[in-house]
Ligand binder design. Structure first.
Ligand code: BG6
Length: 456
């Protein structure tokens, strides 16, 4: 038997994301038959109560829901009620299988207690099976706390057993960045400072904080999105090709990219907060940013001098996650009268809401004149059918298999924190922006002359 032990099984993330992901795996018959789902929590629930909770969560968050698949999944579920004390962990050691995957679907301040508690109860030992620990983000709240969390966990867990999750890496469209870059030999030679003028990476959301005020107000956009999801998009866009597609080789290249970043200064960041956030978060004095834009440079051979602009925010005009690169202008303007717009010449990978690639090229304007106009070639990159797995389903399956390339190695976390450290603690004003807008006006001042943010 293999146990998927979910700490925080009675919580929000489990209900919204993990259970539907398990349902998907069950529906696709990807979940090995020996897998049991062992919910763990402090609530003194019985197995039946947990199963009922699981059923209700699926009814609320899984669409479409096939009753037969749901019942198959429920048939694997059990619950273990425990306090997070040495006795509690000992009781878990007795109740759980020799091969277990522990998922910490809990607030970050619980990670050390659980990691150590499991270790002390012998639950990180792999003498009779595998033991792995899935840790949710954010891993630490800054460099120091991340280093200290790592030190605590590695007293009992080997790096190869710790799976730091960043659900963006489970998205098909994010994995496509590497395929797009390294499986197209016409593109790779152009993907560098010689041909690229600027890179814009955007993760805009239209939703606000959705009742997560207590968590979000301590975290803000820099820790919630920038340090993890955005840094992953940055490294995947910028890294050198690894010699082989292997987890460690890929992580090496990501870390090299992060380490080549020029140190940030306060002029490289703009923070915003949407109107009404303070009331929603229940903190009238809050300076927490719900929007952050960064300008950074990677001082390496490939990217020297190319600005990477990153922005993420909530309550914006629409959900839009994209990586866009602008090609440099041609060396001479052959078509003097042409209407080549300085804002054109983009290649864009749209990750959300649609999965697509857009390539802007100039074609001749029909007519007697030799003028050009931009047209956009678009191709969907998803296959549009339901065989694709959601990010969490993909990652849970990989975790069960022990496949680590879509998880984050500690030095990736560490260097992402190192990069942000100079702007993380310095008090910095937040500019208010309207709900449903493109974000604070100040974001445009980050940019070099002739550069401007693409519309959301
Ligand atoms: C989560 C953040 O990691 O990612 C949320 O905590 C954010 O604040 C979410 O809304 C965005 O993920 P997705 O997959 O909806 O783009």
């Amino acid at each position: 038997m293999i146990d998927l032990v979910i700490f925080g099984a009675t919580g929000d993330l489990a209900a919204r994301k993990l259970f539907p992901a398990l349902y998907e795996l069950e529906a696709a018959r990807y979940l090995p038959s020996e897998v049991r789902i062992l919910g763990v929590g402090r609530k003194p629930w019985s197995n039946e109560e947990f199963i009922q909770h699981l059923r209700q969560s699926l009814q609320e968050f899984q669409e479409p829901l096939d009753g037969e698949v749901a019942e198959r999944l429920l048939g694997r579920a059990a619950y273990h009620s425990m306090e997070y004390t040495p006795e509690g962990f000992r009781s878990l050691a007795e109740a759980s299988a020799d091969s277990s995957l522990f998922y910490l679907s809990l607030p970050p301040d619980a990670f050390p207690t659980i990691g150590v508690g499991l270790g002390q109860a012998g639950l990180s030992e792999q003498t009779r099976g595998f033991r792995r620990l899935i840790v949710e983000k954010p891993f630490g709240e800054d460099l120091q706390s991340a280093l200290s969390l790592q030190k605590t966990l590695t007293q009992y867990w080997d790096e190869s057993q710790i799976l730091r999750i960043d659900h963006f890496l489970g998205k098909e469209a994010v994995q496509n960045i590497l395929v797009f870059r390294f499986a197209n030999s016409w593109l790779e030679p152009l993907w560098n400072a010689r041909y690229i003028a600027q890179v814009q990476i955007t993760a805009a959301e239209s939703i606000g904080i959705e009742g997560r005020g207590a968590f979000y107000d301590k975290v803000g956009a820099l820790r919630d999105m920038m340090q993890n999801h955005m840094m992953q998009l940055l490294t995947l866009s910028a890294l050198e090709p690894p010699p082989r597609f292997e987890a460690d080789l890929l992580s090496n290249e990501k870390v090299k990219a992060l380490r080549s970043a020029r140190p940030l200064s306060p002029e490289d960041i703009v923070r915003g907060q949407y109107q009404g956030y303070r009331e929603e978060a229940g903190n009238p004095q809050s300076h927490t940013e719900t929007f952050a834009a960064l300008r950074l440079y990677l001082d390496n051979w490939r990217w020297k001098g190319v600005p990477f602009y990153l922005r993420t925010g909530k309550a914006l005009s629409r959900k839009n996650t994209t990586i866009a690169l602008q090609f440099r202008d041609p060396p001479t303007q052959l078509f003097a009268d042409s209407s080549i717009d300085p804002g054109s010449g983009w290649v864009e990978l749209e990750l959300q809401p649609k999965e697509a690639m857009h390539l802007e090229v100039q074609v001749k304007t029909p007519g007697l004149q030799f003028a050009s106009r931009p047209v956009t070639l678009t191709t969907p990159t998803g296959n549009g059918n339901r065989l694709e797995l959601s990010a969490y389903a993909t990652l849970m399956l990989d975790a069960l298999k022990g496949e680590r390339s879509l998880f984050i190695r500690f030095d990736e976390v560490e260097y992402a924190w190192r990069l942000l450290e100079p702007v993380l603690h310095t008090p910095c004003p937040t500019e208010t922006y309207s709900v449903g807008s493109e974000g604070p006006g100040g974001q445009h001042y980050l940019m070099e002359p002739h550069h401007r943010w693409r519309p959301l």
